[in-house]
Design a protein around this ligand. Structure first.
Ligand code: NAP
Length: 285
C-alpha cells in the first residue's frame, strides 16, 4: 500500500485564494491587512523566508514591510520598533523571524509584542492562551499541520499521537493542538528511550526533530498518519529533506506529508490567515 499524500502545496494555494477574497472585502471597507517582519539582515535563510512570506502576502492583496536587524542594531532600537508597530493601527500582524543576531534578547522582543498582533503565535502570551484553551493566534506551523489533517478528514479523537520534538515553536504547540482535538499525546525528545517502540504505537506521528531522514519506515505502524515538519539542507540533494525517510514511511503509512510541499507551505498559509483574522477583528472592534 502506498500512502495518500497530505498535499500542503495544493491546500495552501486554495487557502490563499480564499484569503485574497477576504482581503478584497476588507479593502472595500478601507482596511488593508498589513504584516511587518523583524529579521536578521545577515542571515540569508531568514531573509529568504521573510521575502517568500511577504511575496505571498502581497499576492493575496496585503501590504508588508520589514525591519532589518544588523550587527550594530541595539536592543533598544528593536524594542522601539516593536512598540511602534504595536501602536500603529495600520499594522495587523508582526513576525519576529528566528534567529535574530546573538547580541539581541529575542525573548524580550517576543514578549514586547502585542499578542493581538502575534500572527506567528509564538509569544509566551499566545502559547499561554493555547495552553489555557483561550482564543488567540495559534502557532503557524502546528496550525498548518492541524488544518491539513482536518482538510483530509483525519479525525484525531482517541488516536495516539506521538510528537517527536518539544520546541516552543513546533513540538510543544503541536502536541497541545492535537490534545485540543482529543488525541492522546506523547511527546518524545532527545532523552526519550526506545523511540522506535514508541513510534510503533502511534496512529499519528509528527516529526519535528531537525535531523534528515531520522524516522525510519520500520518504526511506523501500518496505516498510521505521518506528518513530517522537518526541512533540512543536505549536500548533494537538490531539495530540502524531511525528518522522515519518505519512501520507507510512505510504504507503510496511510497518509504522509511530502517534503517539500507538505507542512512548509501550510505554515505560510496559516501566518497569512492569522493576519487576515487580525485585520477582520480590527474592523469589528
Ligand atoms: P529544534 O528547536 O532544534 O527542536 C528539535 C527537537 O527535536 C528538540 O526538542 C530535540 O529534543 C528533539 N530531538 C533531537 N534529537 C532527537 C532524537 N535523537 N530523538 C528524539 N528527539 C530528538 O527544532 P524545531 O525548530 O522544532 O524544528 C524541527 C524541524 O522542523 C526542523 O527540521 C526545522 O527546519 C523544521 N521546521 C519547519 C517549519 C515549517 O514551516 N515547515 C517551521 C519550523 C521548523 P531536546 O528538546 O531534548 O533537545
Amino acid at each position: 500500500m502506498a500512502a495518500h499524500i497530505l498535499d500542503g502545496k495544493a491546500l495552501s494555494t486554495e487557502i490563499r485564494a480564499r484569503l485574497a477574497e477576504r482581503v478584497a472585502a476588507l479593502r472595500e471597507k478601507g482596511i488593508v491587512p498589513r504584516i511587518e517582519a523583524i529579521v536578521a539582515a545577515q542571515d540569508p535563510a531568514s531573509l529568504a523566508y521573510v521575502k517568500m512570506k511577504r511575496t505571498w502576502a502581497e499576492k493575496a492583496g496585503m501590504e508588508s514591510g520589514s525591519f532589518e536587524v544588523h550587527g550594530d542594531t541595539h536592543q533598544d532600537q528593536i524594542m522601539e520598533q516593536i512598540w511602534k508597530l504595536n501602536r500603529d493601527p495600520s499594522v495587523h500582524g508582526v513576525l519576529i523571524q528566528h534567529p535574530l543576531p546573538s547580541h539581541i534578547d529575542e525573548d524580550a522582543c517576543l514578549n514586547a509584542l502585542d499578542p493581538d498582533k502575534d500572527v506567528d503565535g509564538i509569544t509566551s502570551a499566545s502559547l499561554g492562551r493555547l495552553t489555557a484553551g483561550l482564543k488567540g493566534f495559534r502557532c503557524a506551523t502546528p496550525m498548518g499541520i492541524m488544518t491539513l489533517l482536518d482538510h483530509y478528514g483525519i479525525d484525531c479523537q482517541g488516536k495516539h499521537a506521538v510528537v517527536i520534538g518539544r520546541s516552543v515553536i513546533l513540538g510543544k504547540p503541536a502536541a497541545l493542538m492535537l490534545l485540543e482535538k482529543n488525541a492522546t499525546v506523547t511527546i518524545a525528545h532527545s532523552r526519550t528511550r526506545n523511540l522506535p517502540d514508541l513510534v510503533a504505537m502511534a496512529d499519528i506521528v509528527v516529526a519535528a526533530v531537525g535531523k534528515p531522514e531520522f524516522v525510519q519506515g520500520s518504526w511506523i505502524k501500518h496505516g498510521s498518519v505521518v506528518v513530517d515538519a522537518g526541512y533540512n539542507k543536505v549536500e548533494g540533494r537538490n531539495h530540502d529533506v524531511g525528518d522522515c525517510q519518505y519512501e520507507e514511511c510512505a510504504a507503510v503509512a496511510s497518509w504522509i506529508t511530502p517534503v517539500p510541499g507538505g507542512v512548509g507551505p501550510m505554515t505560510v498559509a496559516s501566518l497569512l490567515e492569522n493576519t487576515v483574522r487580525a485585520a477582520e477583528s480590527a474592523l469589528s472592534s
